[in-house]
Design a protein around this ligand. Structure first.
Ligand code: CMP
Length: 139
């Protein structure tokens, strides 16, 4: 059975654009409840740890530089079928391919600066949620 939690980050490009409020509204309007949330600056080391699964990819250096270039908002979101439904709401990784009405269509600039992250599986949603939040920080 599909899980009901996913992990998102509002990335530094979207924070710089003053888009935190607009993106959170799209998440709420999409039926997602905020279970946990933090506004923080990831160190390069923390960004490398978060994206360790992409360590061998050619864009790993660029990705972790970017993700540590300014503050982010990390949040755990709740909804039935959370991972799949949230990936639909955020749209394709490449904003040029993102459908109308998706968060990336509205706010993303490029594959790298794509405004938001969403977990790609229930297993990763749990790992990524635990990366940012203790049990006491979830409501
Ligand atoms: P995200 O959902 O955070 O998960 C991995 C990230 O790697 C992805 O969003 C993109 O921002 C980034 N990414 C994927 N492909 C590329 C690429 N070709 N160049 C730069 N960044 C990329």
């Amino acid at each position: 059975m599909a899980g009901n939690l996913t992990l998102t980050m509002i990335k530094p490009d979207a924070v710089k654009k003053n888009a935190i409020g607009g993106i959170l509204k799209m998440m709420n309007d999409g039926g997602f409840k905020i279970v946990a949330m933090k506004y923080m600056h990831l160190s390069k080391t923390k960004a490398e740890a978060f994206y360790a699964v992409h360590k061998e990819r050619p864009f790993y250096g660029e990705l972790t530089e970017f993700m540590s270039s300014g503050p982010i908002v990390a949040a755990i979101l709740e909804k039935d079928n959370a991972v799949e439904d949230f990936r639909k709401l955020i749209g394709a990784t490449n904003p040029a391919e993102a459908e109308d009405g998706t968060i990336r269509k509205v706010y993303a600039t490029s594959i790298g600066e794509n405004a938001v992250h969403g977990s790609d599986s229930d297993e990763n949603a749990q790992i990524e949620g635990d990366f940012f939040f203790s049990q006491q920080e979830r409501f």
